[in-house]
Ligand binder design. Structure first.
Ligand code: NAD
Ligand code: UDX
Length: 345
């Protein structure tokens, strides 16, 4: 049973975790850990697959509806005996026998999550309910990739996990922000009511190779623009800040959280904070000193500042990011140049 002493949190479940399902137990002996990754064909998910597949005791099952993900991200694993890929939408129930669930399925880029907001909130609410139902049935531990967006346009800086946030409940970002907030609530209600073993990561902006070139998020936009000799589009006012974490650091944090004793929520992100103008200047200097920086209109409710307090991750997971922005950007540039077919000049 989770206790304050063992998990460092004040969230105590009244029930022991459910037993693994009889189906899972009735199988012939197997030492393998069977791990489900929803959204595993996406950016972070596919890097998580790579890392988990390195352990020969892991079997990895990915479910994805390919809305923003792609089979191409997983091509090195297709046909591998310890790997399965299933086209499935998490808003539909899933019957499967697994030991752990990394629940990532959800579009993450604002342009994609705003494209069909009703679907985004269904993915967060019904999708998370379905995955919690699965976790309950088979006694699996489940990790949710929540977001810094639960803090909204934060009035506390930097943000620590005790902050309840400043979120517009009826705005164009609410399908995502409020969707993730309900997903966190569902996780804790299943934990308290049914004893489900839960883990919640609040992820701050993460970047790296394999992001969709037209993903729309700021790092991928600026890198693609710099490589294509197009102006870097800084959305007004340009003084808004973000903190950028390289994807290998993020995957390491997610696995530590899943394997540890703490329910979370735990912030995972890089505390290095940059204005969008500073980010553009860094990209210009590192990738294309000739490129122009232009200011363009912003979208409603854009958070003005964001920086994680990662004290909890350091203390409870022994985790902190190792890759600085100026080291991570060139690694992403290499990948984007390969995919765009534009070599360095
Ligand atoms: N990258 C970040 O900066 C960041 C920050 C905070 C939180 N997160 C969270 O991390 C997770 C992964 O983000 P990402 O950056 O890899 O995004 P991504 O868009 O690359 O990946 C999301 C994946 O989920 C799949 N998906 C979406 N809706 C689905 C559905 N209904 N059923 C099945 N699959 C579905 C997509 O096809 C895609 O493969 C998301 O939950 C996101 O909210 C990411
Ligand atoms: O071309 C661009 C794109 C974006 N921006 C700015 O860059 C900042 C970051 O925007 P992004 O679209 O990368 O992402 P956001 O920080 O708004 O949300 C992000 O963080 C939390 C995650 O949960 C979300 O999945 C992720 O999209 C915003 O202030 C935006 O206005 C630009 O200046 N130019």
């Amino acid at each position: 049973m989770a206790s304050e002493a063992s998990n460092g949190d004040n969230h105590v479940s009244s029930k022991p975790p459910p037993e693994p399902s009889p189906l899972r137990k009735a199988k012939f002996f197997q030492a393998n850990m069977r791990i489900l990754i929803t959204g595993g064909a996406g950016f972070i998910g596919s890097h998580l697959v790579d890392r988990l597949m390195q352990n020969e005791k892991n079997e990895v099952i990915v479910v994805d509806n390919y809305f923003t993900g792609s089979k191409d991200n997983l091509r090195q694993w297709i046909g591998h005996p310890r790997f399965e890929l299933i086209r499935h939408d998490v808003t539909e129930p899933l019957l499967i026998e697994v030991d752990q669930i990394y629940h990532l399925a959800c579009p993450a880029s604002p342009i994609f999550y705003k494209y069909n907001p009703v679907k985004t909130i269904k993915t967060n609410v019904i999708g998370t309910l379905n995955m919690l139902g699965l976790a309950k049935r088979v006694g699996a531990r489940i990790l949710l990739t929540s977001t810094s967006e639960v803090y909204g346009d934060p009035l506390m800086h930097p943000q620590d996990e005790t902050y309840w946030g400043n979120v517009n409940p009826i705005g164009v970002r609410s399908c995502y922000d409020e969707g993730k907030r309900v997903a966190e609530t569902l996780m804790f209600d299943y934990h308290r009511q049914h004893g489900i073993e839960i883990r919640i990561a609040r992820i701050f902006n993460t970047y790296g190779p394999r992001m969709n070139i037209d993903d729309g998020r700021v790092v991928s936009n600026f890198i693609a623009q710099a490589i294509r000799d197009e102006p870097l589009t800084v959305q007004l006012p340009g003084t808004q800040t973000r903190s950028f974490c390289y994807v290998s650091d993020m995957v390491d944090g997610l696995i530590r959280l899943m394997e540890g004793d703490n329910t979370g929520p735990i912030n995972l992100g890089n505390p290095g904070e940059f204005t969008m103008l500073e980010l553009a200047e860094n990209v210009k200097e590192l990738i294309n000193p000739e490129v122009e920086i232009v200011k363009v209109e912003n979208t409603p409710d854009d958070p003005r500042q964001r920086k994680p307090d990662i004290t909890k991750a350091k203390e409870l997971l022994g985790w902190e990011p190792t890759i600085k922005l100026r080291d991570g950007l060139p690694l992403m540039e290499d990948d984007f140049r390969k995919r765009l077919g534009i070599p360095r000049k």
